[in-house]
Design a protein around this ligand. Structure first.
Ligand SMILES: [Ca+2]
Ligand SMILES: [Ca+2]
Ligand SMILES: [Ca+2]
Length: 329
């Protein structure tokens, strides 16, 4: 009996230590009825892709035919919506990170920087821009219904490959992909972080949303133009894919695309010969059942827990042990 009690108490304390270590509140697109992620494409403006296994952005713009065949031009946006009902004003006093995880195994060196690292010294990197949607419009769209034509924040000019943001979207900032070694690519499941210090435009957007909406919508897309002679050819029309909440496991089972099955990943190393067989992505076969690899907002803990809360937690653990002891006897 005594042993049972001590083991339960230990479990409680370990769990509490874990909470201290993580020190963050994480809100993936999986959370709540308003959590959502969807890719929108301008060349198929009436198509909904809310349930796809891919969430991607690309651009190509070498034709200028409005409303017709535009020479294979493409422009796509990623709409992300996060449930903010558990966000408190205190959480806005610490950094907030928007994290997305790579969802294809082909984001190679030439797709991330120009020239590719590390052989050349990159002068530019592929960058993702993030825009915030006007708070009053965030709750209204649906994951199963949103299209390029009906999306809030977009007013199409009818030409493919040109961005169509209207005044309901405002730029929050951007994040660049890292350079990778020639033998490598960005590992499926690896993360791209858009980090925001307190007082950022993202903080303001969320603060302005509290009490107005139950969610916040962020639109992400590559910021290059997709024009030959302006951008590296390897960037034009390349589909930068991220993992949406519909992915359940990081491989190609369950009808999921082959490009999620990153068995060929080689790390960024200079050792010769390279590891053989390739080790594969360190995230291969991991579960996304709880949104571990879905787009997410990460709220850093605003304050170091006070001694009082430690005491309360310890008492809680003791209380739990006592309750279970009573039940057992
Ligand atoms: Ca989705
Ligand atoms: Ca065009
Ligand atoms: Ca356009």
């Amino acid at each position: 009996m005594k042993l049972t009690c001590c083991r339960l108490l230990a479990v409680g304390l370990v769990s509490f230590t874990g909470t201290l270590a993580s020190a963050a509140t994480i809100i993936p697109t999986n959370l709540g009825p308003l959590g959502a992620d969807a890719e929108l494409r301008d060349e198929a403006p009436g198509t909904n892709r809310g349930a796809n296994f891919e969430l991607a952005t690309r651009i190509a713009n070498n034709g200028t035919v409005a409303g017709g065949n535009d020479g294979g031009d493409r422009g796509s946006e990623m709409y992300l919506r996060f449930d903010i009902r558990n966000v408190t004003p205190a959480m806005l006093s610490a950094p907030i990170t928007l994290r997305m995880h790579y969802g294809r195994n082909g984001i190679t060196a030439a797709r991330t920087s120009d020239p590719p690292a590390p052989g050349g010294v990159p002068t530019k990197f592929v960058t993702i821009d993030y825009r915030g949607l006007k708070p009053s419009l965030s709750d209204g769209w649906t994951e199963a219904g949103i299209t390029y034509l009906n999306a809030p924040g977009l007013t199409s000019d009818g030409e493919q490959g040109t961005r169509d943001y209207n005044s309901d979207l405002s730029l929050l900032g951007s994040a660049s992909l890292p350079g990778v070694y020639p033998q490598s690519h960005l590992p499926v499941g690896g993360s791209l972080d858009f980090v925001n210090a307190p007082g950022s435009a993202l903080h303001t957007l969320i603060a302005n949303s509290l009490g107005v909406a139950n969610s916040v919508t962020i639109v992400a897309a590559v910021n290059h133009r997709g024009v030959t002679g302006v951008d590296p050819s390897s960037w034009i029309n390349f589909n930068y894919v991220f993992i949406p909440k519909e992915v359940t496991i990081l491989n190609n089972t369950l009808g999921q695309p082959n490009q999620l099955n990153d068995t060929g990943y080689q790390p960024d190393v200079t050792v010769v010969p390279l590891p053989s067989p390739a080790p594969g992505s360190p995230f291969l076969n991991m579960s996304n059942a709880n949104g571990e690899f879905s787009p997410k907002l990460i709220f850093s803990d605003p304050v170091i827990p006070e001694p009082a809360s430690v005491v309360i937690a310890a008492l809680g653990a003791l209380g739990m042990g006592a309750a279970l002891r009573r039940k057992a006897s």
